[in-house]
Design a protein around this ligand. Sequence first.
Ligand code: F6R
Length: 610
Amino acid sequence: MCGIVGYAGKHHAVPYLLEGLEKLEYRGYDSAGIAVNEPDAIRVIKTRGRIGNLESLIASQRHSDATVGIGHTRWATHGKPNDVNAHPHLSEHGLFCVVHNGIIENYLSLKAQLIADGFHFASETDTEVIAHLLEQNYDGDFVSTVRKTVAMLEGAYALCILCRDFPDSIVCTRWASPLVMGKNSDGVFLASDVTAILKHTDDVFYLDGREIALIENGALTFFGPDGAAGEKQPKHIDWSVSAAQKDGYEHFMLKEIMEQPKAIQDTVSPRISSDKRIVFENFHLTDDEIAHLNRIVIVACGSAFHAGEVGRYVLEKMTRIPVETAIASEFRYRDPVLDSHTLVIVISQSGETADTLAGLRLANEKGAKTVCIVNVVSSSIANEGGSVIYTHAGPEIAVATTKAYSAQVAVLYLLSGYIADRKGLLTDDARKTYVDALLKLPDLIDQTLRDCDDQMKKFAELFIPMEHAYFIGRNLDYACAMEASLKLKEISYIHSEAYAAGELKHGTISLVEKGTLVVALAACSDVFGKTMSNIKEVKARGARVLCVSTSENAAAMNEVDFKVIIPDTLPLFAVTLEVLPMQLLGYYTAKSRGCDIDKPRNLAKSVTVE
Ligand code: F6R
């Protein structure tokens, strides 16, 4: 949420800053700005709206030769998205300039004290407090002034700071919000997300919490929280630059939908040994601990929570351990009962979602075993989990997740098979059947995407004029309905709701009238007949029904108006195929309605505020 970039090197900073901001725009797009060190002053250029507005504003002003600068793209938390609240923020006399991701929780008391001390505030942001505090705490030493200042802050921050007295330097620090940096012969590049600097280097340094980095004359020095300078090893990033580009697709979302066969292949196949066993690297849950687990709790937000809903069914079915799911923002404040026999599975694409991270910390504090399913390497959740299983989905840029969601589900299949196997619940044949079916998923995903692409373009036409839609299903189909409904509403702005199919008649069916669109997910053969009964109920009230199921049920789908048939796989895995036409439905509907698909209104990728 919000994007930060910085550059200090041999070349003009502005083009590098704009290039980085464009890559990060998916993290926030209310306003954008840059600050550069010019001979006499720090020059700030900022505006509300997208990076395009900032580019036009910069083009209309005098050229800057500055070689050191910072930039920001904002998702508003404190104060409206206007020019004044846009980052960067200058201190009272322009000595310091700050860009910030996160939220300073004690900013009101700090602001009151600063006002009493004679400081004036231009913006409504929490960030401006930091700029003024830096000036108030200034002792002539850039790094020690930053250390003194951040010690006064409560909350989350990733900060990049310029100081007029140190025109060749940038100082950065962070707590609970990520920052990454790397260098090449052109200079030092920094960002809140590795995708913004991958083009320049794939050996990067992730800043640890409360660590401070000083970028000065092309050198990078790291100081631990105690102030001591220390060595830091770079991490090599495998993601290719092209993975973070559109590659001819009109939108990142479509590209990422089409990348799902590869994402699942890359996630599953390295975890299958030659004797068809599921194996994980750096997995710290012992067989004895697995044998003594009496409960599993899955904690996540949004689509990651929906992946967890799939996991709930699959894990419970396979391992016979009771499983519950918890929305992270609820879980963290409900004083949950957890002990060393509870396994808490935390799911997050970004690895930085504030509520999910807090849920993980709570589980760790209470002594539960924790396993994290994460896409972004070395993110906070990956670093703090008892064990981490990475989804190898590659960078996901579209705000609406698709390939990361599917990769999360794939890891949950792996984990379910692994735990069941370690508990001795699988015969050799059952294990091989399960693993073989998992290995076939990438091909089936590819086939499903090819088969239903045109069909979903056509069905999207039905949804264009709609204001409401309902998604129903039972068991795994209900888990899919939740994700399908979110995919449609978040990018097309059509109101939609997901219901357990049998629950609709307990109230919501009163909203169904002639012409209402109902999407029925009906790939679970064991409850197909039951779902068909619910389809009849809505048909009787005039609904038009689009139904997704498998070929074995095709003949029995005579009640429905529109059919989508997915390929056959194991019943537990059908949901992975069933979600694909739903992603395409959301995408094509939003496209036909002229929506900004990759950057839907009010949203941003990576929700680092609670
Ligand atoms: C919806 C979507 C969000 C995320 C949620 C959690 O398409 O992408 O609902 O799933 O914000 O994000 P992560 O997985 O980064 O924790």
